[in-house]
Design a protein around this ligand. Structure first.
Ligand SMILES: [Zn+2]
Length: 423
């Protein structure tokens, strides 16, 4: 396990782009085991989840169908109805009645997750005559699924993220998680730290983006960051085993794999190297993540602290940048122009101009011709209302006038429709 701590590495395999996937455990088994049928979620989870003890789980069997979850309560909610009619034959009417299903949520529109909804509405048309379940999916989900559901008499609710859905009496937050597809959503329940992740997060595998369904690697990062901003212990994925505890770790591993894919790196690389490459690509939050990983190993690694401070300042996270720079200052000599400029910039971001000017002056005492210290000092003076004083600093004046000139030139662009001769 040492390597996994030392390096940014492809913790989990990437599936081919555009391909739907099966869990690694499914792939590795040479003989197909007998399908276990419907399981009580409580029996497969290591942690009990209040409210989900009686939930049912139908594991994905082949690549053609996803995991299916049925939540109990005053009515039933299906999360991802899969694409396997035998699942419903085992469920209805033995363990539940079709008319008890009031809501069906799709984590995304891929057929292996979604087709079961239409199959259910078609097969149990008569039993559902008293009221069809509501179909809930992202607004970017396949139009054909929405139209067909409506034809079967279902109401369709489109979400975009941020909504609270009441599912079988329990409130779940919709998190927009694009990347695998454009219409990906996850469902999050904060009190139990549980998430339905669809194909965004799987154990031991990454589904990869499906370009045909609007999947994109950069959006994958966005979706995963949305999940990482939540406190998550249990991941109920679209394929493969449920993860509990350790949900956050699996999300982080997916995040690392997507970063690797973006960098085009196949072999493990040191965290700091990954951080630098990501920062160069403008992926500053990802660079900060890698710096943190490096510092988890060696908390006094000044290179990581330096890069993290620069990224935080560029992200406008001035307060955090200041904390990092203060730590760096303790580790290095107090006469460090990098630290002084960084602190000055962070204080500028916090609107503390006088303190900021003091930092730039400290840097300039060490390196009197340090251009960025001069420009930022001018900016701090200008913002503090000391315009004349600011204009006395030559590099700031040049920068300021340059930008001003640019602005003026942009406003008097020649009309492209007029020829030189006409004007
Ligand atoms: Zn999918």
């Amino acid at each position: 396990m040492k390597e996994s701590d030392d390096r940014l590495h492809d913790a989990i395999s990437f599936e081919a782009q555009g391909a739907e996937m099966s869990s690694v455990s499914d792939v590795e088994q040479s003989e197909e085991p007998k399908h276990p049928g419907w399981l009580r979620l409580a029996d497969v989870l290591k942690l009990p989840i209040p409210g989900l003890e009686d939930a049912l789980f139908f594991p994905s069997f082949e690549t053609q169908t996803s995991n299916i979850y049925v939540m109990p309560g005053t009515y039933l909610t299906i999360v991802d109805p899969g694409n396997d009619y035998t699942a419903f034959m085992e469920l209805f009417p033995v363990r539940a009645k079709p008319e008890e299903v009031r809501k069906i949520v799709l984590t995304h529109g891929h057929f292996d997750h979604a087709m079961g909804a239409l199959e259910f509405l078609r097969t149990y048309r008569d039993a559902l005559a008293g009221g069809r379940p509501e179909l809930i999916l992202h607004e970017g989900g396949p139009a054909q699924i929405k139209e067909t559901a409506k034809e079967y008499g279902s109401s369709v609710t489109e979400v975009r993220g941020g909504e609270i859905l009441e599912l079988s009496g329990v409130p779940w937050e919709v998190i927009y998680t694009p990347g695998h597809t454009i219409d990906g959503i996850s469902l999050y329940h904060a009190p139990t730290k549980t998430v339905f992740s669809g194909d965004m997060v799987l154990q031991n595998a990454v589904a990869g983006p499906d370009p045909k369904a609007g999947g994109r690697l950069d959006q994958y990062l966005f979706g995963l960051k949305a999940l990482l901003s939540k406190d998550i212990e249990t991941v109920l994925p679209g394929h493969g085993p449920v993860v509990s505890p350790g949900g956050r770790k699996v999300i982080e591993e997916t995040y690392e794999s997507v970063m690797m894919k973006i960098l085009g790196v196949e072999k493990p690389i040191p965290w700091i190297q990954g951080a630098m490459a990501l920062a160069q690509k403008g992926l500053l939050e990802e660079a900060v993540f890698c710096c943190d990983k490096e510092m988890a190993r060696s908390p006094e690694d000044t290179k990581s602290l330096e890069l993290k401070a620069v990224c935080l300042n560029d992200l406008g996270r001035s307060r955090e940048a200041l904390d990092v720079l203060e730590k760096l200052q303790l580790l290095r000599s107090a006469d460090d122009s990098f630290v002084h400029v960084g602190k000055g910039y962070a204080l500028l971001g916090l609107g503390q101009y006088d303190e900021s000017i003091k930092c730039f002056d400290a840097a300039l005492r060490i390196r009197p011709d340090l251009n960025e210290a001069l420009v930022y000092k001018g900016m701090a003076l200008h913002l503090a209302g000391k315009h004349d004083e600011a204009m006395e600093i030559e590099p700031f004046r040049t920068e300021f006038m340059g930008r001003f000139k640019e602005e003026l030139l942009r406003n008097r662009k020649p009309n492209p429709n007029k020829s030189e001769a006409q004007s």
